[in-house]
Design a protein around this ligand. Structure first.
Ligand SMILES: Cc1ncc(COP(=O)(O)O)c(C=O)c1O
Length: 397
């Protein structure tokens, strides 16, 4: 049987393919430069340093014109979140997180709470994955210091009302940690400015369209953050203390130059297309997919893109099919139509209790800038045939 053409629809996990310039920058940094940036004074090392500075400026602009020196590049989004959490919270703090958060936030917080270091409240979300800011206000205690939210749910795509939540947190003297994994690259710079998160963390490899191996950590000046990872920085090397400067403090170890060079190229590509027009194109595919899947008998669609809070939501469509395990549906999608979807809980421990999908999770498809209308057809037609009782081997789109 001929293998169907690959239709990659797991962009919420990592985007693929990347713009051509990302691969070129990544390869050039690894093959032609191939140096440890910040660790030498020879030509390639200096150029490597320039590439990293440029990436910092590009990302700082994407975040709404923050100070580039407040942007660090840890090795990934999970590390950036861990650095934020372990670097900022102190013994006795109360932290509020949400049921829509990813395990990259919930697990480090649970780790600290289960060891008695902090107290933690996880506030609920509704069936679209949205959190009512009032539930954060209701959970507030005198010891509350940090509120951690996923800007958009990686299961439903729901965008939180981060502006209202930030205002609430700041009025009460707390800090907002924004996990922008599912929004950076789709949400405009002015929107990030309007939120004014104290700390923002994201990987480069999702909607920013950069390579794996680079994360983004922004911390507002004046916020004390201990270095969760300590080591060589190429600066003040004669001292055992970590240096004082934010980027040195947050970037111990040899930087992943190819990943950061690719990140810079990705941001340039996104800006050239316009972040909002790329987001709108991806969202249009997700909306089409969600609306058409909802017409198929027995399919339950859970996607913020179709609801009243669709504006700004991530191009993610979760769904379940009556009588089929999500893993089974994902397997049929790939075998029959080459559609690469994700099934299960999507590393989000709590959200499924609120979506009614705690038994087996969902099937998730997520659309990137290189997907097309035929990819939506492939999903919808395959699911319709499956529901219609076609055998897996005969399901063809
Ligand atoms: C909302 C959210 N936060 C954090 C992460 C962690 O990112 P990474 O796995 O790239 O470290 C993910 C990845 O799926 C995510 O969806």
């Amino acid at each position: 049987m001929k293998k169907p053409v690959r239709r990659y629809l797991d962009n919420a996990a990592t985007s693929w393919p990347k713009p051509q310039g990302v691969y070129e920058a990544w390869e050039r940094a690894g093959r032609s430069l191939g140096v440890a940036a910040g660790r030498g004074a020879y030509g390639e090392a200096v150029e490597a340093g320039r590439i990293i500075d440029r990436a910092r400026s590009l990302v700082a602009a994407m975040l709404g014109g923050v100070e580039p020196d407040c942007v660090a590049f840890p090795a990934g989004g999970t590390l950036a979140l861990n650095m934020a959490i372990h670097g900022v919270v102190q013994a006795g703090d109360h932290v509020i997180a949400t049921a829509a958060d990813h395990n990259a936030t919930l697990r480090p917080l649970h780790w600290l709470a289960s060891r008695g270091v902090i107290t933690l409240d996880i506030v609920p979300c509704d069936r679209s994955g949205r959190v009512d800011p009032a539930s954060i206000a209701a959970a507030w205690r005198s010891a509350t210091r940090l509120v951690a939210i996923s800007h958009a749910s990686n299961v439903t795509g729901a965008l939180q009302d981060a502006v209202t939540i930030a205002r609430l947190v700041h009025n009460r003297g707390g800090l907002l940690l924004l996990d922008a994994a599912q929004t950076l690259g789709h949400v405009s710079a002015p929107e990030f400015t309007a939120i004014g998160a104290d700390i923002l963390a994201a990987p480069a490899h999702k909607w920013v369209l950069g390579p794996m191996g680079a994360g983004i950590l922004f911390v507002r000046p004046g916020i004390a953050i201990a270095p969760f990872v300590q080591g060589g920085t190429g600066s003040s090397s004669d001292r055992l203390e970590m240096p004082a400067g934010f980027t040195d403090r947050m970037e111990a170890g040899t930087p992943d130059l190819p990943a950061i060079a690719g990140l810079a190229a990705a941001v340039e590509w996104l800006e050239a297309q316009s972040v909002l027009s790329v987001a709108a194109a991806c969202r249009a595919l997700a909306l089409d997919c969600a609306l058409r899947l909802a017409e198929v008998p027995g399919v339950d669609v859970i996607a913020a893109v179709t609801g009243s809070a669709a504006v700004g939501s991530a191009p993610i469509v979760s769904f379940t099919v009556d009588g089929f395990d999500p893993a089974e549906v994902a397997a049929v999608l790939e075998q029959a139509a080459g559609v690469q979807a994700r099934s299960g809980f999507h590393c989000a421990a709590r959200v499924h209790e609120h979506l009614g999908t705690a038994a087996g999770g969902t099937v998730r498809v997520s659309f990137g800038p290189f997907n097309a209308a035929e990819d939506v057809d492939a999903v919808v037609n395959t699911v319709a045939l499956l529901v219609g009782g076609e055998s897996v081997s005969s399901v063809r789109v």
